[in-house]
Design a protein around this ligand. Structure first.
Ligand SMILES: [Fe+2]
Ligand SMILES: [Fe+2]
Length: 271
């Protein structure tokens, strides 16, 4: 049953800090599924760090998201932050600043909307995990802000496009409960972030690459946090369908935001 490969490596703390390599999307697209990991046990940070299975319905949602992103990427290659090129070129100053401002803004907004969610998160394990996540989002916020400060840029003056605000502030900021939040942000949003970070990385200067490599394991932890919490709390078909619906709404909002952002980047500079 397990053609599914995940390697957990590089655990440097009890809490998390793992990297994993997986063949999730290809395996799922070929119809290979892993045993469901639904559990009634509380989900601890340690469990999120070491868990390598999760519920089949969540895997199916991820496969749909991946297929959606692959389709968008194929149909409109320019709508990726960093479309594939024969030769990897370092981004120019303007593009770098624009992306750094977006990413810093995103980390800052994540602190705000997740802390807002805490006010009505009755599931205690989810509450504690989201507290860890806020701390995690605050680190990249500071690190990326410092990169911008070193470049003489204040990200607070950056004005997000309406499509970006609709996705990050309006949608994530108004999700009603733990299932919708974890499906939308942690399952859909974080998997998109991990995918985009990997494509962007080669275009960044070495010091920023180093920072991004520090951030990536935390974002993967947040993705796994979503998988584990959804596996525990999505029990009925109605809950699983709601999770899918919220995750796929992110795919749409994210596509529109990325397309708009790339039109802005294209107008700025060629690289
Ligand atoms: Fe983040
Ligand atoms: Fe995150």
């Amino acid at each position: 049953m397990s053609d599914f490969v995940i390697e957990l490596t590089n655990c440097k703390q009890n809490k998390k800090c793992f990297t994993f390599r997986e063949c999730r999307s290809d395996a799922l697209l070929e119809g290979v599924l892993v045993v469901a990991a639904t559990s009634s046990a509380e989900v601890s940070p340690e469990a999120v760090s070491t868990a390598y299975t999760w519920a089949a319905f969540a895997q199916e949602i991820e496969a749909e998201l991946e297929a959606h992103r692959n389709r968008i990427f194929t149909e409109a290659c320019e709508q990726a932050f960093a479309p594939p090129e024969a030769e990897i070129k370092p981004w120019g100053w303007e593009r770098l600043v624009e992306w750094l401002c977006f990413q810093t803004y995103y980390e800052y907004q994540a602190i705000l909307f997740i802390s807002k969610w805490l006010q009505n998160t009755p599931e205690k394990d989810a509450l504690v995990l989201l507290c860890h996540q806020i701390e995690d989002e605050s680190n990249p916020f500071r690190w990326l802000e410092r990169h911008l400060q070193a470049m003489g840029v204040a990200w607070e003056k950056w004005d997000p496009l309406p499509e970006i605000r609709a996705w990050v502030e309006a949608f994530y900021g108004s999700l009603p409960d733990t299932i919708s939040r974890l499906a939308a942000h942690n399952l859909a949003g974080e998997s998109g972030a991990c995918r985009s970070f990997e494509s962007i990385l080669p275009h960044l200067p070495p010091d920023l690459q180093k920072t991004m490599r520090k951030i990536l394991p935390d974002e993967q932890f947040h993705l796994n946090l979503g998988r584990q919490i959804l596996s525990r709390y999505c029990v009925s078909n109605e809950q699983k369908a709601r999770a899918r619906d919220y995750a796929l709404q992110v795919a749409e909002l994210e596509s529109k935001a990325i397309a708009a952002f790339n039109r802005k980047l294209a107008a700025l500079s060629p690289a």
